[in-house]
Design a protein around this ligand. Sequence first.
Ligand SMILES: C[S@@+](CC[C@H](N)C(=O)[O-])C[C@H]1O[C@@H](n2cnc3c(N)ncnc32)[C@H](O)[C@@H]1O
Length: 239
Amino acid sequence: MNQLASLIQQDRPLFSPVPGIYSTLPDAADQRYDRYAKMYDRMIGSRLYNRLMWGTHPAAYTQFAAQAVGTAGQLHLDAGCGSLVSTATVYANTKRVCVLTDISLGMLQQAQKRLLQHTHTQPDNIIFLQADVRDLPFRPDTFSTVGSFGMFHIFADVAAFAAELQTYLTETGTLYFSSLVAESARAQRMLMRLNKMGEVGGVWSAAQLAAQLPAATITTKGAMAYGRIDHASAFKKAD
Ligand SMILES: C[S@@+](CC[C@H](N)C(=O)[O-])C[C@H]1O[C@@H](n2cnc3c(N)ncnc32)[C@H](O)[C@@H]1O
């Protein structure tokens, strides 16, 4: 608790709604993801779903997260960690202090359970925090790496979201992100449908995503774009 409290702005509340999970959201309203936690796990963890729908593979998600968490540095933030369906092994195997945030307590509980399957006791270096990634409670310049995996398609203003996450990076830190992109007709149809349902904020190709994030280096595997923004280079490009 003390370590987490030292990362958080003084005027933000901090409490523990359930053992092993902290929260900065006393009035958490948007809990629709709680209902999806189990279904989400089955879907996103499915190789068949990922291959057919998005032309990709869950192992690619794990590999990208391992790259972010494997970067030398102090603190790591995961903005929208979900249930750790693709990242539990990454967090089970790191010695870095990682703050894993999600708005959904249900997702965080699922994440906690999944991590325990690998570690058997909750590791001291992994902190679960219920928080809204659109209004994170941290002090600026705190994290050496920020990862936001499978999150960038959720918000319509992706540039504003990236800029918000960058404020929590140290000067030499790196933001790692991934986003579903409309790189096939099937992915485009599915993203449009999810957009109408309010589950996805933006439907864009990898090139359109890159145009919104000029400081990013982006590669694509199937309908998933993987990107990184080095904080220092983002400053340079903005000059
Ligand atoms: C597509 S999942 C990605 C989860 C995880 N990063 C992964 O790769 O499996 C979206 C996650 O974002 C969380 N989420 C949605 N809106 C959020 C917000 N405003 N703040 C924090 N988490 C949010 C949901 O609860 C859900 O766990």
